[in-house]
Design a protein around this ligand. Structure first.
Ligand code: NAP
Length: 359
């Protein structure tokens, strides 16, 4: 695989920092450009991040002295340097939409963590193990934008990345109804316990917009490319409650599920164990070898013990048992800033690279 030159838009933020560390020794991607708001532009990456560095690993040496660009004003400068960009910025939705389309129209593919384009019907929203075929819609998006190379591809919200993977191999049994309660880490809000001390010994029963995303996004992921757009699935019915909990990293979901044809417990465990997707078949660099991991112990998965499984890219599941209201219930966990954000986007970029979309 040829090496691609990459930019990180929103490099100073929590997700941007994850990109910086994940890409440090990446076999295919080489970070050559960093951009963020006008506040950061002109500073070195080290100066711009200042005391906000929140990763366990130190800032990559090669990036410390890189001069930050302005994500909006310097699009043509970024475009001269890179083959594609990752984007994770905290801006208004319509500003993000415009920014991402401006990069695409400058013939720079955008792999985005932002929610702005998740429901643009010719923008694929991809969990690479689940709906890799949705990237075919990029052809129609390029026609709409009038571009040869440029396009926007997005990953889904971090909250759905624990329970949608666990439900996916069970879709053959006709998943009809899902109730999911999520227990979400503070890094999902771009925070640490230092920057959000109010979260120590606390729980907040509301995360703005999260329940709507958690109920709607799976239906796009399970949708189909029809003509020039992705048409959402109509089933299953999904209801959610999303809570912020005092955990640094790792979103847990307690899931209840009913089926048209109820499988046995053994069939569910077998479906999880045997499930592998295109990233595993293609052996993409960031793909976990075993995507879905079932723990027999009653007290697993635990955020602190299990979130980093396979570099934070695997999903952990436990406590599968029959329920009195639904057919089954279980608990699952994924790392929200790795699989759920930057890691998921890097895996999506690897899929796009392997399929020739950055050529
Ligand atoms: P964050 O830590 O608050 O970082 C925000 C980033 O946006 C910073 O790099 C900031 O640059 C930049 N920014 C702000 N205003 C800008 C502007 N006008 N022009 C250009 N850049 C600007 O946020 P985050 O947690 O990394 O989240 C970033 C995005 O990823 C959000 O859309 C979020 O919803 C999404 N996301 C986050 C997670 C997660 O787990 N944290 C998961 C999935 C998706 P300055 O430093 O220059 O201000």
């Amino acid at each position: 695989m040829k090496k691609f030159n990459v930019g990180i838009i929103g490099a100073t933020g929590m997700v941007g920092q994850r990109f910086a560390t994940l890409l440090e020794n990446h076999p295919w991607f080489n970070v050559v450009c960093l951009a963020a708001s006008p506040r950061s532009a002109g500073k070195t990456y080290e100066e711009a991040v200042g005391s906000r560095w929140a990763m366990a690993n130190p800032m990559p040496e090669a990036l410390k002295n890189m001069i930050m660009l302005d994500a909006t004003a310097d699009i043509s400068k970024v475009a001269e340097k890179v083959d594609f960009v990752f984007c994770a910025v905290d801006m208004k939705k319509d500003e993000i939409k415009a920014l991402e389309e401006a990069y695409a129209k400058a013939e720079i593919p955008v792999v985005s963590n932002n929610s702005a384009h998740r429901f643009t019907d010719d923008v694929p929203m991809v969990v690479p193990e689940i709906n890799p075929e949705h990237i075919e819609v990029i052809k129609s998006q390029r026609a709409r934008l009038g571009t040869k190379r440029g396009f926007v591809a997005v990953k889904s919200n971090c909250s759905i990345q624990s329970y949608v993977p666990a439900l996916h191999p069970l879709m053959k049994y006709g998943v009809s109804k899902v109730l999911a309660c999520t227990y979400q880490a503070i890094s999902g809000a771009g925070k640490t316990f230092e920057t959000w001390p109010e979260m120590v010994d606390n729980l907040i029963p509301f995360i703005g917009g999260e329940e709507e995303k958690s109920e709607k996004e799976p239906l796009k992921v399970w949708g189909k490319v029809e003509g020039d757009v992705i048409v959402n699935a109509s089933k299953p019915e999904i209801t959610t409650q999303c809570l912020r909990v005092p955990v640094s990293d790792g979103h847990t979901a307690a899931v209840f599920v009913s089926f048209d044809q109820k499988p046995s417990k053994e069939e569910i465990l077998k479906a999880w164990k045997e499930f592998a997707g295109v990233p595993q078949e293609l052996e993409l660099p960031s793909a976990p070898k075993q995507f879905l991991n079932y723990f027999e112990e009653d007290n697993r998965p635990q955020a602190k013990l299990d979130r980093n499984l396979e570099g934070g890219m695997a999903v952990s599941i436990g406590r599968l048992r029959e329920d009195t209201q639904y057919d089954y219930k279980f608990v699952c966990l994924s790392h929200n800033t790795l699989r759920g954000a930057a890691g998921g986007a890097v895996l999506l970029a690897e899929l796009l690279a392997a399929k020739g979309y950055f050529d």
